[in-house]
Write a protein of this length. Sequence first.
Length: 139
Amino acid sequence: MKKIVLKGRKVFGGTAEGYALVTKDALGGMGVFDVSTGMVTESGNDWEGKVVTGKVLVYKTGKGSSSWAGWYKALSSMGTGPVAHVITKNNSQTALGVVLSRVPAVTELDQDPTEVISTGDWIKVDGDNGIVEVTKNQP
């Protein structure tokens, strides 16, 4: 199995591992999820019908209003949220969301994570040191 190590900047500390869900789009909050199940319900979303529970979310940035953080906190509180975030470009929504959710997050990596990581790859996020280890899922 091929391993890749990406180095970036800490958004929130801690470590977590899980399978990746990757989108090349900005990720919204309000109306995107059923927080009781963790399922993406937003029509047209790359992840529509997929569950974020226990996954490492890999995406460009956050979009929408300040309610973004509340949706991710709700997922976390319900036990249906992701275990970590890997963000190409951090912004106020994503920073507040991961802090409120208390899950590891890394941003501004030395390679675009949406190009290097694929859905289904096994990811270890070390938020304390800004490191993302990727074990590629072989087809």
